[in-house]
Design a protein around this ligand. Structure first.
Ligand code: SAM
Length: 231
């Protein structure tokens, strides 16, 4: 894997029709599992935290690369995708991917999908709005994989996020959440106390330098659900 965080002079330019004068884009290139990705980040007041590629997303891509994940034919949903980097990588590796975020982020994701996926590919990712706790009923409950990078960062959203995860997970669904473990935002409490009420989850990767943890979860079985309720 390789990536380049330093923009070239030519990578920085103002968007002519931007709604905000301080909008600019930056393009970074990444390489995971032999796939080159060109990701545009649109920095503006409108996009906020959805604009950049967060380190937790890079970590999740690296995790999949190091373990040589095969996504061929897997039905995958990404939550809070931001730039869409994770979902795009998974689609390039054969996944049947739906990339989601709040409506204001979809244009950026669509742009990145179009720049990275061959127009005639059979598994062109779908890009759809999914606001946690609200829109999840428009999505099925039988994905093979549900992915999220750096989506555990706003305590007020945790109950809605958990309801969405609960809805999206069927018996065979595996969830991967990659998180910067920001103590001040209650990330540790989310993984130690809140998530276990809904999923059987365990830490599968830890990067101490970046303080990033990757958790793998599956829907609770009846027995583990009872145990969690009694705790
Ligand atoms: C810190 S960014 C992470 C973006 C991307 N996954 C990454 O790691 O580069 C958090 C993302 O969650 C999305 N988000 C925040 N609240 C949300 C909500 N209630 N429903 C859906 N998405 C939400 C934001 O729009 C943003 O894209």
């Amino acid at each position: 894997m390789s990536f380049d965080f330093e923009p070239e002079e030519s990578d920085l330019f103002r968007i002519e029709d931007a709604p905000f004068a301080d909008t600019f884009t930056r393009e970074n290139r990444y390489r995971f599992s032999g796939q080159e990705l060109k990701i545009t980040q649109t920095f503006s007041a409108n996009l906020g935290v959805a604009a950049p590629v967060w380190e937790a997303a890079v970590s999740l891509c690296q995790y999949f690369e190091e373990r040589k994940f095969d996504f061929t034919g897997k039905r995958v949903l990404e939550l809070g995708a931001g730039t869409g980097i994770v979902g795009i990588m998974v689609a390039l590796l054969g996944g049947d991917v739906t990339i989601t975020d709040l409506p204001h982020a979809l244009k950026q994701i669509q742009l990145n999908v179009s720049s990275n996926m061959p127009a005639d590919c059979l598994n062109f990712p779908r890009v759809k709005a999914l606001a946690w706790g609200k829109d999840h009923h428009d999505f099925p409950s039988d994905y093979d994989l549900v992915l999220g990078a750096d989506i555990v960062y706003l305590q007020d959203t945790y109950p809605a996020l958990l309801r969405t995860l609960e809805h999206l997970c069927g018996e065979g669904t595996v969830v991967y959440l990659s998180s910067k473990m920001r103590q001040e935002h209650g990330a540790v409490t989310f993984y130690e106390e809140q998530l276990p009420r809904y999923l059987d989850a365990r830490l599968v990767h830890r990067d101490d330098c970046e303080d990033i943890s990757i958790f793998r979860g599956t829907k609770k079985t009846h027995a583990s659900f009872r145990e969690a309720k009694e705790r």
